[in-house]
Design a protein around this ligand. Structure first.
Ligand SMILES: C[S@@+](CC[C@H](N)C(=O)[O-])C[C@H]1O[C@@H](n2cnc3c(N)ncnc32)[C@H](O)[C@@H]1O
Length: 360
């Protein structure tokens, strides 16, 4: 099980965190301004930092809450009726397992529904705006996802879940969905034929949570970095922007729909939701500089660390021109293995940069 996310720093998280450790001591406050899967946020928490996580996408919000906001496994106290009704005693011994395991089991036993995901995103579906089914999921998996979505929405609207419990279960559904999606890397397209793991049945599994009595030290936001930066005061801000033209909102639209729990109008061959409200300036060469300037002007912070890659829209010279007016700029580089979608013809290795700005 894992994230399939362009630009995820999970493989190089140690490089990033060890650079941050050189620049600011543990216990200081570090922002992960475009946190994505929250891999860096979680590693920072593990190291003893106070973390402020933010991203534009709703799924990232659920990932960050899951990684930062638990000090013990949740009790799911108000969902006991739901659990009692659906828990399968033949699969698990109810006396030896946690409430979290029980609710995962109960959700896994939910009845499939031929709902929005089945209709818009499955092999046997009949999408509203196009004649050809969109083959993102097997018919069984899409109906199962619809069943779980309906249960989560009922539990949420009847206040049977705390906010972190809701985010945790959304995170688990996102992870399970990623595992069986019939895609070559992103949700920009689905594959023509159901292949590989997409043929398996979807399986929800409980996450291994990082448990520490520090949850009050962390904050999670969801919004544009350019705006959220006004609210933030921190010792170091780590920025890991998109570095290519591909918009995350368009490439992960199915995950965003899961995370929001809504049923938007899906259009075209790929079934895109309306996504312009999550358009990122960092994917457009002419807009990136202004967005960086806004962040630095708005935030109460004097130290920045930016991840970027040799594939990126800006060169290191562009960064030096952009950042030098603010202070001193230092650049580290290292090699790592490129994230490649199945179809990519790009080479194996990639130079990653860590750009450090110390403002005057
Ligand atoms: C390279 S990914 C970050 C990966 C992350 N460090 C990880 O390890 O998963 C870039 C992220 O920037 C987010 N993003 C793009 N533009 C943004 C903006 N203007 N404000 C906030 N987040 C933005 C995207 O949603 C995406 O999650």
């Amino acid at each position: 099980m894992g994230h399939r996310y362009i630009g995820s720093k999970s493989k190089i998280v140690n490089n990033v965190v060890s650079k941050i450790s050189e620049l600011t001591p543990q216990n200081s406050t570090v922002t992960d301004l475009m946190c994505g899967t929250a891999s860096v946020s979680v590693a920072l928490r593990e190291k003893g930092y106070n973390v402020i996580a933010n991203d534009l996408m709703t799924y990232s919000y659920h990932h960050a809450i899951t990684g930062l906001k638990f000090h013990k496994y949740p009790s799911f106290e108000k969902a006991v009726d739901f659990i009692d009704k659906l828990f399968n005693h033949d699969e698990l011994d109810p006396f030896n397992i946690s409430p979290y395991d029980k609710i995962i089991n109960a959700l896994s036993n939910i009845k499939p529904i031929k709902g929005y995901f089945w209709k818009e995103f499955s092999l046997d579906g009949n999408p509203k705006n196009t004649s050809k089914p969109r083959n993102y999921f097997s018919s069984h998996n899409a109906a199962k996802i619809d069943g779980i979505r309906a249960a989560l929405s009922r539990l949420h609207s009847s206040a049977c879940l705390t906010a972190p419990e809701y985010s945790l279960l959304q995170h688990d559904l996102l992870m399970a969905t990623n595992d069986i999606a019939n895609i070559a890397g992103t949700y920009g397209h689905h594959l023509a034929k159901l292949s590989g793991r997409a043929k398996d049945d979807i399986r929800l599994s409980p996450s291994k949570l990082l448990l520490k009595r520090d949850t009050e030290n962390h904050k999670v936001y969801k919004g544009y970095a350019e705006d959220i930066s006004k609210l933030i005061s921190c010792d170091l801000c780590y920025i890991d922007p998109p570095y290519m033209k591909r918009q995350y909102a368009a490439n992960y639209h199915v995950l965003e729909t899961l995370a929001r729990g809504d049923e938007p109008e899906a259009t075209g061959v790929s079934g895109l939701r309306p996504w312009r409200d999550q358009y990122s300036n960092f994917c457009t060469k002419t807009k990136i500089r202004d967005s960086f300037r806004k962040i630095i002007d708005n935030m109460s912070c004097s130290r920045y660390l930016i991840s970027y890659s040799e594939d990126g829209l800006l060169s290191m010279d562009n960064f030096i021109d952009l950042l030098t007016p603010y202070g001193d700029v230092y650049i580290d580089e290292f090699e790592h293995t490129r994230y490649r979608s199945n179809r990519s013809s790009l080479g194996q290795n990639l130079t990653e940069y860590l750009i450090h700005l110390e403002t005057n």
